[in-house]
Design a protein around this ligand. Structure first.
Ligand code: NAP
Length: 257
Protein backbone atom coordinates (compact mmCIF):
# COMPACT_ATOMS: atom_id res chain seq x y z
CA UNK A 1 0.00 0.00 0.00
CA UNK A 2 1.37 3.44 -0.85
CA UNK A 3 1.34 6.22 1.73
CA UNK A 4 -0.62 9.45 1.43
CA UNK A 5 2.57 11.51 1.14
CA UNK A 6 4.28 9.26 -1.41
CA UNK A 7 6.65 11.33 -3.58
CA UNK A 8 6.25 14.50 -1.53
CA UNK A 9 9.05 16.58 -0.02
CA UNK A 10 8.22 18.03 3.39
CA UNK A 11 10.08 20.51 5.61
CA UNK A 12 9.23 20.24 9.32
CA UNK A 13 10.48 23.34 11.16
CA UNK A 14 10.74 23.04 14.96
CA UNK A 15 12.11 19.67 16.06
CA UNK A 16 14.20 19.47 19.23
CA UNK A 17 13.35 16.31 21.15
CA UNK A 18 11.50 13.14 20.21
CA UNK A 19 8.68 14.58 22.33
CA UNK A 20 8.40 17.53 19.90
CA UNK A 21 5.18 17.49 17.90
CA UNK A 22 7.41 18.15 14.88
CA UNK A 23 9.28 14.89 15.51
CA UNK A 24 6.03 12.88 15.40
CA UNK A 25 4.99 14.73 12.25
CA UNK A 26 8.33 13.88 10.63
CA UNK A 27 7.93 10.24 11.66
CA UNK A 28 4.37 9.84 10.37
CA UNK A 29 5.26 11.75 7.18
CA UNK A 30 8.14 9.35 6.49
CA UNK A 31 5.89 6.38 7.22
CA UNK A 32 3.48 7.82 4.64
CA UNK A 33 6.18 7.96 1.97
CA UNK A 34 7.50 11.54 2.24
CA UNK A 35 11.08 12.70 2.01
CA UNK A 36 11.45 14.79 5.16
CA UNK A 37 13.82 17.61 6.10
CA UNK A 38 13.77 18.96 9.64
CA UNK A 39 15.07 22.20 11.14
CA UNK A 40 15.92 23.80 14.41
CA UNK A 41 18.17 26.62 15.60
CA UNK A 42 20.99 27.60 17.90
CA UNK A 43 22.37 25.41 20.63
CA UNK A 44 19.66 22.75 20.26
CA UNK A 45 20.81 21.94 16.71
CA UNK A 46 23.18 19.25 18.01
CA UNK A 47 20.34 17.63 19.96
CA UNK A 48 18.13 17.71 16.86
CA UNK A 49 20.86 15.97 14.84
CA UNK A 50 21.03 13.18 17.43
CA UNK A 51 17.25 12.92 17.71
CA UNK A 52 16.93 12.72 13.91
CA UNK A 53 18.66 9.34 14.18
CA UNK A 54 15.52 8.01 15.89
CA UNK A 55 13.36 8.66 12.80
CA UNK A 56 12.50 5.68 10.59
CA UNK A 57 14.66 7.12 7.76
CA UNK A 58 17.53 9.64 7.62
CA UNK A 59 16.39 13.30 7.59
CA UNK A 60 18.72 16.21 6.83
CA UNK A 61 18.79 18.75 9.67
CA UNK A 62 18.83 22.38 8.56
CA UNK A 63 19.65 25.43 10.67
CA UNK A 64 16.77 27.90 10.80
CA UNK A 65 16.15 30.63 13.34
CA UNK A 66 12.91 32.18 12.15
CA UNK A 67 13.94 35.56 13.60
CA UNK A 68 17.12 35.64 11.48
CA UNK A 69 16.57 37.29 8.08
CA UNK A 70 19.75 35.74 6.67
CA UNK A 71 18.62 32.24 7.71
CA UNK A 72 15.30 32.79 5.96
CA UNK A 73 17.00 34.17 2.85
CA UNK A 74 19.32 31.17 2.47
CA UNK A 75 16.65 28.56 3.32
CA UNK A 76 15.74 27.68 -0.31
CA UNK A 77 19.46 27.13 -1.00
CA UNK A 78 19.82 24.81 2.03
CA UNK A 79 16.67 22.88 1.11
CA UNK A 80 17.87 22.73 -2.52
CA UNK A 81 20.96 20.77 -1.43
CA UNK A 82 18.61 17.86 -0.60
CA UNK A 83 15.40 18.20 -2.64
CA UNK A 84 14.55 20.36 -5.68
CA UNK A 85 11.07 21.43 -4.50
CA UNK A 86 8.84 21.43 -1.43
CA UNK A 87 5.27 20.07 -1.37
CA UNK A 88 4.66 20.85 2.28
CA UNK A 89 5.96 22.98 5.12
CA UNK A 90 5.15 22.41 8.78
CA UNK A 91 5.48 25.31 11.23
CA UNK A 92 5.90 23.73 14.67
CA UNK A 93 7.53 26.70 16.38
CA UNK A 94 6.68 28.86 19.36
CA UNK A 95 8.57 30.75 22.04
CA UNK A 96 7.69 33.10 24.86
CA UNK A 97 9.84 33.97 27.88
CA UNK A 98 8.35 31.72 30.58
CA UNK A 99 9.24 34.23 33.31
CA UNK A 100 7.42 37.17 31.79
CA UNK A 101 4.87 36.39 29.08
CA UNK A 102 3.59 33.08 30.47
CA UNK A 103 2.57 31.89 33.90
CA UNK A 104 0.19 34.56 35.14
CA UNK A 105 2.04 37.88 34.60
CA UNK A 106 -0.29 39.09 31.88
CA UNK A 107 -0.68 42.64 33.17
CA UNK A 108 3.03 43.27 33.73
CA UNK A 109 4.69 41.53 30.75
CA UNK A 110 7.24 43.87 29.12
CA UNK A 111 6.51 44.75 25.50
CA UNK A 112 9.88 43.54 24.21
CA UNK A 113 9.10 40.03 25.46
CA UNK A 114 5.57 40.20 24.04
CA UNK A 115 7.02 41.31 20.70
CA UNK A 116 9.46 38.38 20.74
CA UNK A 117 6.63 35.90 21.43
CA UNK A 118 4.58 37.32 18.56
CA UNK A 119 7.55 37.36 16.17
CA UNK A 120 8.60 33.76 16.88
CA UNK A 121 5.14 32.25 17.32
CA UNK A 122 2.90 34.16 14.87
CA UNK A 123 4.76 36.37 12.39
CA UNK A 124 7.13 33.50 11.59
CA UNK A 125 4.32 31.57 9.90
CA UNK A 126 4.32 34.32 7.27
CA UNK A 127 8.11 34.70 7.07
CA UNK A 128 8.70 30.93 6.86
CA UNK A 129 5.99 30.63 4.20
CA UNK A 130 7.48 33.48 2.19
CA UNK A 131 10.95 31.92 2.41
CA UNK A 132 9.65 28.56 1.11
CA UNK A 133 7.35 29.88 -1.62
CA UNK A 134 9.96 29.83 -4.43
CA UNK A 135 10.17 26.04 -3.92
CA UNK A 136 6.40 25.44 -3.90
CA UNK A 137 3.81 24.92 -6.61
CA UNK A 138 0.04 24.34 -6.88
CA UNK A 139 -1.05 21.52 -4.55
CA UNK A 140 1.40 22.68 -1.88
CA UNK A 141 0.37 22.77 1.76
CA UNK A 142 1.48 24.78 4.79
CA UNK A 143 0.42 23.51 8.23
CA UNK A 144 0.99 25.15 11.64
CA UNK A 145 0.19 24.23 15.23
CA UNK A 146 -2.00 26.28 17.53
CA UNK A 147 -3.58 26.04 20.96
CA UNK A 148 -7.20 27.24 20.81
CA UNK A 149 -6.91 31.03 20.94
CA UNK A 150 -10.63 31.79 21.02
CA UNK A 151 -10.69 31.76 24.84
CA UNK A 152 -8.43 32.83 27.75
CA UNK A 153 -6.57 30.01 29.51
CA UNK A 154 -4.81 29.80 32.87
CA UNK A 155 -1.07 30.60 32.51
CA UNK A 156 -1.05 30.84 28.70
CA UNK A 157 -1.20 34.64 28.74
CA UNK A 158 0.62 36.41 25.88
CA UNK A 159 1.25 33.10 24.11
CA UNK A 160 -2.53 32.97 23.76
CA UNK A 161 -2.43 36.40 22.15
CA UNK A 162 0.39 35.22 19.87
CA UNK A 163 -1.67 32.14 18.93
CA UNK A 164 -4.64 34.39 18.10
CA UNK A 165 -2.23 36.22 15.80
CA UNK A 166 -1.06 32.92 14.31
CA UNK A 167 -4.64 31.84 13.64
CA UNK A 168 -5.42 35.14 11.92
CA UNK A 169 -2.11 35.02 10.02
CA UNK A 170 -3.00 31.60 8.61
CA UNK A 171 -6.29 32.97 7.24
CA UNK A 172 -4.54 35.89 5.51
CA UNK A 173 -1.94 33.54 4.07
CA UNK A 174 -4.76 31.27 2.87
CA UNK A 175 -6.30 34.31 1.15
CA UNK A 176 -3.08 35.33 -0.57
CA UNK A 177 -1.79 31.87 -1.52
CA UNK A 178 -5.08 30.31 -2.61
CA UNK A 179 -4.76 31.75 -6.12
CA UNK A 180 -1.41 29.91 -6.38
CA UNK A 181 -3.09 26.65 -5.36
CA UNK A 182 -1.33 26.56 -1.98
CA UNK A 183 -3.34 25.71 1.14
CA UNK A 184 -2.66 27.06 4.65
CA UNK A 185 -4.22 25.34 7.66
CA UNK A 186 -3.64 24.86 11.39
CA UNK A 187 -4.08 21.97 13.77
CA UNK A 188 -5.32 23.03 17.20
CA UNK A 189 -3.91 20.40 19.54
CA UNK A 190 -4.85 19.63 23.11
CA UNK A 191 -2.10 19.88 25.76
CA UNK A 192 0.91 17.62 25.11
CA UNK A 193 3.90 17.11 27.37
CA UNK A 194 6.63 18.62 25.21
CA UNK A 195 9.59 20.84 26.13
CA UNK A 196 7.65 23.98 25.24
CA UNK A 197 4.66 22.91 27.34
CA UNK A 198 6.75 21.94 30.36
CA UNK A 199 8.36 25.39 30.27
CA UNK A 200 4.96 27.01 30.94
CA UNK A 201 4.60 27.69 34.67
CA UNK A 202 1.09 26.48 35.54
CA UNK A 203 0.76 24.14 32.53
CA UNK A 204 -0.76 21.48 34.83
CA UNK A 205 -3.62 23.83 35.66
CA UNK A 206 -4.24 24.36 31.98
CA UNK A 207 -4.38 20.66 31.19
CA UNK A 208 -6.36 19.65 34.31
CA UNK A 209 -9.61 17.83 33.49
CA UNK A 210 -8.81 17.68 29.75
CA UNK A 211 -8.96 13.90 29.71
CA UNK A 212 -12.25 13.74 31.63
CA UNK A 213 -13.96 16.61 29.77
CA UNK A 214 -12.96 15.55 26.25
CA UNK A 215 -15.61 13.12 24.96
CA UNK A 216 -12.90 10.99 23.33
CA UNK A 217 -10.58 11.35 26.32
CA UNK A 218 -7.07 12.76 25.94
CA UNK A 219 -3.59 11.30 26.37
CA UNK A 220 -1.16 14.19 26.84
CA UNK A 221 1.82 11.93 26.12
CA UNK A 222 0.61 10.82 22.70
CA UNK A 223 1.68 13.15 19.87
CA UNK A 224 0.53 10.71 17.18
CA UNK A 225 -3.10 11.90 16.69
CA UNK A 226 -1.86 15.48 16.24
CA UNK A 227 0.88 14.36 13.86
CA UNK A 228 -1.56 12.33 11.78
CA UNK A 229 -3.88 15.32 11.36
CA UNK A 230 -0.95 17.46 10.22
CA UNK A 231 0.05 14.78 7.72
CA UNK A 232 -3.54 14.50 6.46
CA UNK A 233 -3.57 18.27 5.83
CA UNK A 234 -0.23 18.00 4.02
CA UNK A 235 -1.67 15.29 1.78
CA UNK A 236 -3.94 15.51 -1.25
CA UNK A 237 -6.93 14.44 0.90
CA UNK A 238 -7.88 18.05 1.81
CA UNK A 239 -7.67 19.59 -1.68
CA UNK A 240 -10.37 22.23 -1.10
CA UNK A 241 -9.59 23.13 2.52
CA UNK A 242 -7.67 26.27 3.44
CA UNK A 243 -7.80 28.85 6.22
CA UNK A 244 -9.12 26.04 8.44
CA UNK A 245 -8.33 25.07 12.03
CA UNK A 246 -8.72 21.35 12.70
CA UNK A 247 -9.08 20.53 16.40
CA UNK A 248 -7.21 17.47 17.64
CA UNK A 249 -8.15 17.71 21.30
CA UNK A 250 -10.40 14.73 21.99
CA UNK A 251 -13.39 17.00 21.32
CA UNK A 252 -12.71 19.28 24.32
CA UNK A 253 -13.37 22.49 22.37
CA UNK A 254 -16.92 21.44 21.50
CA UNK A 255 -18.10 20.85 25.09
CA UNK A 256 -19.67 23.54 27.28
CA UNK A 257 -18.75 21.86 30.56
P1 NAP B 1 8.82 21.92 21.27
O1 NAP B 1 9.24 20.52 21.12
O2 NAP B 1 9.53 22.76 22.28
O3 NAP B 1 8.86 22.63 19.83
C1 NAP B 1 8.94 24.03 19.66
C2 NAP B 1 10.07 24.27 18.69
O4 NAP B 1 10.19 25.67 18.35
C3 NAP B 1 11.41 23.87 19.28
O5 NAP B 1 12.07 23.03 18.36
C4 NAP B 1 12.11 25.20 19.43
O6 NAP B 1 13.51 25.12 19.43
C5 NAP B 1 11.58 25.92 18.22
N1 NAP B 1 11.89 27.33 18.20
C6 NAP B 1 11.76 28.23 19.21
N2 NAP B 1 12.19 29.43 18.81
C7 NAP B 1 12.61 29.30 17.52
C8 NAP B 1 13.18 30.17 16.55
N3 NAP B 1 13.43 31.46 16.82
N4 NAP B 1 13.46 29.68 15.31
C9 NAP B 1 13.24 28.40 15.01
N5 NAP B 1 12.72 27.50 15.88
C10 NAP B 1 12.41 27.96 17.12
O7 NAP B 1 7.29 22.02 21.68
P2 NAP B 1 5.95 21.57 20.90
O8 NAP B 1 4.91 21.51 21.96
O9 NAP B 1 6.21 20.40 20.03
O10 NAP B 1 5.62 22.85 20.02
C11 NAP B 1 5.39 22.80 18.61
C12 NAP B 1 4.20 23.68 18.26
O11 NAP B 1 3.01 23.07 18.77
C13 NAP B 1 4.25 25.09 18.87
O12 NAP B 1 3.71 26.00 17.94
C14 NAP B 1 3.33 24.94 20.06
O13 NAP B 1 2.79 26.17 20.50
C15 NAP B 1 2.26 24.06 19.44
N6 NAP B 1 1.32 23.43 20.38
C16 NAP B 1 1.81 22.75 21.46
C17 NAP B 1 0.91 22.17 22.36
C18 NAP B 1 1.40 21.45 23.58
O14 NAP B 1 0.62 21.27 24.52
N7 NAP B 1 2.64 21.00 23.61
C19 NAP B 1 -0.47 22.29 22.14
C20 NAP B 1 -0.93 22.98 21.02
C21 NAP B 1 -0.01 23.55 20.15
P3 NAP B 1 14.30 25.05 20.86
O15 NAP B 1 13.83 23.81 21.55
O16 NAP B 1 15.73 24.98 20.47
O17 NAP B 1 13.94 26.28 21.61
Amino acid sequence: MTGILEGKNILVAGVTMDSSIGFSVAKVAQEQGATVLISNFGRALGITRRIAGRLPAPAPVLELDVTDAEHLRRLPELVGEHVPTLDGVVHSIAYGNPETVLGGHFLTAPYDDVAQAVQVSAYSLASLTQACLPLMSPGGSIVGLTFDATVAWPAYDWMGVAKAGLESCSRYLARDLGPQGIRVNLVSAGPLKTLAAKAIPGFEELEANWDSRAPLGWDNTDQDPTARAVVALLSDFFPATTGEIVHVDGGYHAMGA
